[in-house]
Design a protein around this ligand. Structure first.
Ligand code: BGC
Length: 949
C-alpha cells in the first residue's frame, strides 16, 4: 500500500495558504488486487522548509525609498526539517494538521508521508508535495497598507458604460539570478498579471467575487522561471469585474447600473524574489508604478461583454526597457482585508469547435457550439483597421435562426439593463486573434457580424471556463439517454461554478443562490471535488448573515441583507445543511467548527420568529419565502395538468426545514463534542416535529395539501413517526395521479420525492419519472434541444413556446439535482451518513426499468471507489472496489445470502465478507477494502423485481 495524491488544504501544491496549521491529506493505493482489508495503521510525515529561514533574516521592509526593491542577508540554509510527526499509530489519512510551529509567511515547504498497513508493513516514502504559505497580515512579508494602485481620478467613470481598462507597470532590477520567486496578487476589480512580457499563471477572472467591503482574495504564483538577473518588468491590466461593473439584479431592485463596491479598479502585488547570492528583493505596488488607460481594452463588463480595439495595442508595455513616458503615476490607497484564495481558480478547461455555421441574414453568421457552455470565444479575423466585429451570445435560437436574447432581460426602455453578452473586436488591420479577458457568457450560439467576408468554421473556438474543482468520478449506464442527462447535469454544474455557485450564467443575475446549491450540493459532490470550493463559499454566506441571525438568500450579498433577500427557508438553511454535507463527504470537522455559530444563530432566529414552532410568513423580516420554487403551480398554459394544488403549502415546507436544520445542528453539536447544545437542539427538533404532526398530519398519514412535495419532504426529513411512514409513502404515490404520473414538485422537493419512492419500494415509479419524455421531465429538456438543465420544467414547451423571458434560463442546475439520485440508485454509491469522510459507504444499486448495467466511480478522500453491475440472463453481477481504509455495506438487490457467490465461492468462504441480517431490499453484506465480484442467482433476483415492481 502506498500513499498518493498528496494535498494540502484540499489543493495540489498550493501557493498562498492562510491556514496557520495547514491540513495534509493523502489517498491510499493498494496495488495487489487480491488483497482485502487494506488499511493504514500508522503514518509518518516530514515537512522541510524550502526557502531561506525568514527568522534568520533582517527585516525586509522599509529599506530605501518607497517602492524600491530592498535586500537583506540570509544566514539559514534551506532544507531544514521543520516538522517530523514521528510514527503516529492512526488510520487518519485526511486533514492531518501540520504540527510545525510558526510557519513563515510566504515560506515554501515540501512534505512527504509514509504509511504502515494493517499488518505493520511500511510503504515507501511518497514523492514530495509542496505548499507555500500566504502573506502575513502585517509586518514583514505583508503588503503595505497603501498598496492598492490604480488610476488617480475617476475621470473615466461613467455609471452607464464600463471605462477603459487601466494598464499598470513597473521596472525593477535583480542583482543576481533568482533562486525562488513568488508573486501574490489581487485587485479591486479583475486583473491579469504579467512578468517580462508573459502572463502569470492561468487563473481567470481573478480575484473572483467576494464582498469586497469585507475581504478580497489574493492569488499566489510561483514565478521563479519568469524573472531574471538585470532589468525586469511587472505589469497588470485591470477590469471592473464584480467590484466596479454590473451586478445581477442591481438594476431591477436598486436601479443601480454599476459600481456597487467602488469605481476605480486597483491592483495589489507582492513579489518576493530570493536571489542566488542569498539576498532577497521585494517589489510591491506603490506610488512608483505608472499606468495608462489608452490600451486596447476599451470597456469590459461581466454581464455586457468586452470591447477590444487592436489598433491601440501597446507593443512591449509589459516588457523591461519599455519607455513609459507619457504614462501617469498611479495613486495608492488602502484596501479591504486580504485572504488567500482557498480553492481552485477559474480556468479554461476545454476548447470546443462549433458543430455548424449558418447565415440567417446577410452578413450575420451564427455558429452552433453544439453545447450550452460558459466562457467566451476565440475568433481569428482578418479585417481592415477599424472594422468593428460584433460577437453576441445566446442559449437558443428563434424560429428564423437568429439569437433568442429575450431571456437576457434586455429592455428597450432601459438600454443598460440586462446582460448584453456582446463582445466587440475592432480590427487592427491584417490577421489577428481576439479573445476577451474580463467577462463571461452563457451560450450555445454565437452570432458574428461586421466581417468583410464569410468566416471559416475553424476561425471560432469556444473556450469553456469554470472553477477548476477536479472531477470526482465517472458515471455510465446502459441507457444512452440517461448518460446524456448526466452529461447535461455536469455541464450545468461546470457553467455555474465561477468562484461561487451561481444560479445561471447568462442573464443579469448570476448570483450565489443558496437554495439552489442546497438542492444540488450532493450531486455536485458526486461529480466534482467541491470541498474547497463550497467551504470557501460558506464563508461568503456567513459574511452576509445579519446581526439577528438571518442568512442571506444568496452570497456574496452586494445589497443590504438587512433590507432584502435574507432569511428564506430552504435558502438560509444552506448555512446548516451545506456544511453538514461537506462533513459527510469529506469528514472535515473544521467546516463544522466554522459553521456552528452561524448555523445556531439561524436556528435561534427561526425559533424567535416562530415560538409556536410553525413557520409563518412574517411580512417585513422574511417578506416572501420562495417555498418549493418552480413547482407545477407555476406552469403556464399546460393543458391536461391541474393549474393549482402542486405546491406544498409554504408553512409545511418552511416548518420542515426548521425541523431539519435544528436536527442537523444537534448532530453538528454532537460531532463537535458540545453535549449541552446537542441535547438542547435535539429536544427542540423533537418539539418541532411534534408541532408539525399536530398542525399538518392526520392520524392516517394525510399531510395538509395532499401534495407530492409535502409527503416527500416529511419522509425525507424524517418528520413522521415510524407507524405513519408507509402510509404517507402510499399517499405520495397517489398524489402523482392527478398529474398523470408527472412530478408536481419544484426545485427543492423533486429529489426527496425520487429518493423516497425508492426507499419505500416504489422503484419502478421512480424510474418512470426519470425516463418520462413528456413535460415536465428531464428527458423533455434533452429531446427539445437542452444540453444543460433548464431553470423551469416548462422553460420551452411544444405548441406554447418560451416561458416568461424575465426568468427563463436554460442553464440552471437545481432541477439537475436528480444527478444525486442517479449516482445513488443507478450507480449504487451512497455515502454512509453514520461514518463520514469515506470511512464507510453503502453500495446499493437498484436496477429498474429495462436498465441492464451501470458503472460508476467516485473519488473518495481515501481513493477511488467503484461499482459496476450487470444483469445478464436474469442474473445480477456486481463488481466493486472499496479503497483502503474504507469499508462498505453492500446490498445485493433481491438476493438471499445463499444465492450469492463471490469470485465463484459461497459467501462464507469469501475473505473480507460478513453476511448481515437480510434487508427487505436484498441480501446485506459488510465488506472490507478490496475488489469483489458478486453474482446473485437468477431465481432470487427475478422474485424481487416482481415484489418491488
Ligand atoms: C434564481 C433562482 C433562485 C430564485 C429564488 C431566481 O431568480 O434564478 O435559482 O433560487 O430566484 O427564488
Amino acid at each position: 500500500m502506498q500513499p498518493a495524491r498528496l494535498r494540502c488544504e484540499y489543493l495540489t501544491d498550493p501557493v498562498g495558504v492562510d491556514a496557520r496549521s495547514p491540513r495534509l491529506s493523502w489517498e491510499l493505493v493498494e496495488s495487489d488486487p487480491s488483497h482485502r482489508g487494506a488499511a493504514q495503521s500508522a503514518y509518518r510525515i516530514t515537512v522541510r522548509r524550502l526557502d531561506r529561514d525568514a527568522q534568520a533574516q533582517r527585516p525586509t521592509t522599509g529599506a530605501g525609498k518607497q517602492g524600491a526593491p530592498h535586500a537583506a542577508r540570509s544566514t539559514a540554509a534551506p532544507g531544514a526539517i521543520v516538522w517530523d510527526s514521528g510514527k503516529v499509530s492512526s488510520p487518519q489519512c485526511a486533514h492531518v494538521a501540520c504540527g510545525g510551529k510558526d510557519l513563515a509567511p510566504c515560506g515554501a515547504y515540501a512534505w512527504r508521508v509514509r504509511v504502515w498497513d494493517e499488518s505493520g508493513a511500511p510503504s515507501e516514502w511518497s514523492p514530495e508535495a509542496r505548499w507555500t504559505m500566504g502573506l502575513a497580515q502585517e509586518g514583514p512579508r505583508s503588503l503595505p497598507r497603501f498598496c492598492w494602485a490604480g488610476p488617480r481620478l475617476s475621470e473615466t467613470w461613467n455609471e452607464l458604460e464600463s471605462a477603459p481598462s487601466p494598464y499598470l507597470r513597473k521596472s525593477f532590477t535583480l542583482t543576481a539570478p533568482a533562486r525562488r520567486a513568488v508573486l501574490f496578487a489581487s485587485a479591486l476589480g479583475l486583473y491579469e498579471a504579467r512578468l517580462n512580457g508573459s502572463r502569470v499563471g492561468d487563473a481567470l477572472l481573478t480575484p473572483e467575487w467576494t464582498d469586497y467591503r469585507i475581504k478580497v482574495q489574493y492569488q499566489g504564483y510561483d514565478v521563479t522561471g519568469m524573472v531574471r538577473e538585470g532589468e525586469n518588468a511587472i505589469a497588470a491590466v485591470l477590469g471592473p469585474g464584480w467590484y466596479a461593473g454590473q451586478l445581477g439584479m442591481g438594476h431591477h431592485f436598486l436601479g443601480i447600473t454599476r459600481g456597487f463596491y467602488g469605481r476605480i479598479p486597483r491592483f495589489a502585488a507582492y513579489l518576493l524574489v530570493e536571489l542566488a547570492d542569498g539576498t532577497e528583493t521585494v517589489v510591491t505596488t506603490d506610488a512608483s508604478w505608472s499606468y495608462t488607460t489608452d490600451g486596447p481594452i476599451r470597456g469590459a463588463d461581466i454581464l455586457d461583454g468586452e470591447t477590444y480595439d487592436a489598433r491601440r495595442e501597446i507593443d512591449g508595455w509589459d516588457q523591461p526597457g519599455f519607455d513609459d513616458t507619457g504614462w501617469k503615476q498611479v495613486s495608492v490607497v488602502t484596501g479591504p482585508r486580504m485572504v488567500a484564495q482557498a480553492a481552485e481558480p477559474i480556468r479554461i478547461t476545454q476548447d470546443i469547435a462549433p458543430v455548424s455555421m449558418t447565415q440567417p441574414a446577410p452578413g450575420t453568421w451564427v455558429f452552433d457550439m453544439g453545447q450550452n457552455m460558459v466562457g467566451w470565444v476565440r475568433l481569428a479575423v482578418q479585417g481592415l483597421a477599424g472594422t468593428d466585429v460584433r460577437i453576441r451570445h445566446a442559449e437558443v435560437l428563434t424560429d428564423d435562426g437568429m439569437l433568442y436574447r429575450d431571456n437576457l432581460r434586455l429592455e428597450a426602455a432601459r438600454p443598460h439593463a440586462g446582460a448584453r453578452q456582446e463582445d466587440h473586436f475592432i480590427c487592427g488591420g491584417g490577421e489577428s486573434v481576439f479573445e476577451p479577458h474580463f467577462t463571461y457568457h452563457g451560450f450555445r450560439y454565437v452570432e458574428v457580424t461586421g466581417l468583410e467576408r464569410a468566416p471559416a468554421s475553424w476561425s471560432l473556438v469556444g473556450r469553456v471556463l469554470h472553477s477548476d474543482a477536479p472531477e470526482a468520478g465517472s458515471f455510465e449506464c446502459g441507457n444512452p439517454v440517461l448518460n446524456r442527462l448526466m452529461a447535461a447535469i455536469q455541464w450545468t454544474q461546470r457553467g455555474n461554478m465561477l468562484g461561487i455557485p451561481t444560479d445561471c450564467p447568462q442573464r443579469d443575475e448570476r448570483l450565489g443562490w443558496a437554495g439552489d446549491i442546497t438542492a444540488f450540493g450532493q450531486t455536485a459532490i458526486f461529480n466534482r471535488d467541491m470541498a474547497a470550493f463550497l467551504a470557501r463559499w460558506l464563508r461568503d454566506l456567513r459574511d452576509a448573515q445579519t446581526a439577528d441571525g438571518r442568512v442571506p438568500d444568496f452570497a456574496p450579498h452586494p445589497y443590504d441583507s438587512d433590507m432584502r433577500f435574507s432569511g428564506n427557508p430552504g435558502w438560509a438553511d444552506a448555512a446548516v445543511l451545506v456544511p453538514w454535507r461537506l462533513y459527510q463527504a469529506y469528514g472535515d470537522t473544521r467546516v463544522l467548527e466554522e459553521a456552528f455559530d452561524s448555523a445556531r444563530r439561524w436556528v435561534e432566529f427561526s425559533l424567535r420568529q416562530n415560538p409556536d414552532l410553525i413557520w409563518r410568513d412574517h411580512g417585513t423580516c422574511t417578506p416572501l419565502y420562495y417555498g418549493d420554487w418552480l413547482n407545477a403551480d407555476t406552469f403556464v398554459d399546460i393543458p391536461g395538468l391541474p393549474r393549482k394544488g402542486g405546491e406544498v403549502p409554504k408553512e409545511i415546507y418552511a416548518t420542515a426545514f426548521f425541523a431539519l436544520s435544528t436536527q442537523t445542528l444537534a448532530r453538528m453539536a454532537g460531532v463537535l463534542g458540545r453535549t449541552q447544545d446537542e441535547a438542547t437542539y435535539g429536544a427542540l427538533a423533537r418539539r418541532i416535529r411534534a408541532a408539525f404532526m399536530r398542525a399538518f398530519v392526520t392520524k392516517d398519514g394525510r399531510i395538509k395539501g395532499d401534495t407530492q412535495a409535502g409527503y416527500a419532504l416529511a419522509l425525507n426529513f424524517d418528520l413522521l413517526p415510524v407507524g405513519l411512514r408507509r402510509k404517507a409513502a402510499a399517499r405520495m404515490v397517489a398524489a402523482l395521479k392527478p398529474y398523470k404520473g408527472a412530478p408536481s414538485t419544484g426545485i427543492v422537493s423533486t429529489v426527496p420525492l425520487m429518493k423516497e419512492l425508492v426507499r419505500w419500494g416504489y422503484v419502478e415509479e421512480a424510474y418512470r419519472l426519470l425516463n418520462r419524455r413528456e413535460m415536465p421531465s428531464w428527458i423533455y429538456m434533452l429531446e427539445h434541444g437542452g444540453t444543460t438543465m433548464w431553470e423551469r420544467w416548462d422553460g420551452w414547451v411544444e405548441g406554447r413556446g418560451f416561458q416568461n423571458p424575465r426568468m427563463n434560463s436554460f442553464n440552471h442546475y437545481a432541477i439537475g439535482s436528480v444527478g444525486e439520485w442517479m449516482w445513488r440508485v443507478i450507480g449504487g454509491i451512497n455515502p454512509d451518513d453514520a461514518a463520514p469522510g469515506a470511512e464507510s459507504f453503502i453500495i446499493a444499486p437498484r436496477p429498474g426499468d429495462a436498465l441492464s448495467w451501470a458503472k460508476a466511480t467516485h473519488r473518495t478522500m481515501h481513493g477511488p471507489l467503484s461499482v459496476e453491475w450487470r444483469l445478464e440472463d436474469g442474473s445480477f453481477a456486481l463488481r466493486i472496489t472499496i479503497p483502503p481504509n474504507t469499508s462498505a455495506t453492500v446490498i445485493i438487490p433481491g438476493a438471499t445470502a445463499s444465492d450469492v457467490t463471490e469470485a465463484g465461492l459461497p459467501l462464507a468462504r469469501s475473505p473480507g465478507v460478513k453476511v448481515l441480517p437480510r434487508r427487505p431490499e436484498g441480501c446485506a453484506l459488510r465488506v472490507e477494502a478490496g475488489l469483489y465480484s458478486f453474482v446473485a442467482s437468477p431465481r432470487s433476483f427475478a422474485a424481487t423485481r416482481r415484489r418491488t415492481g
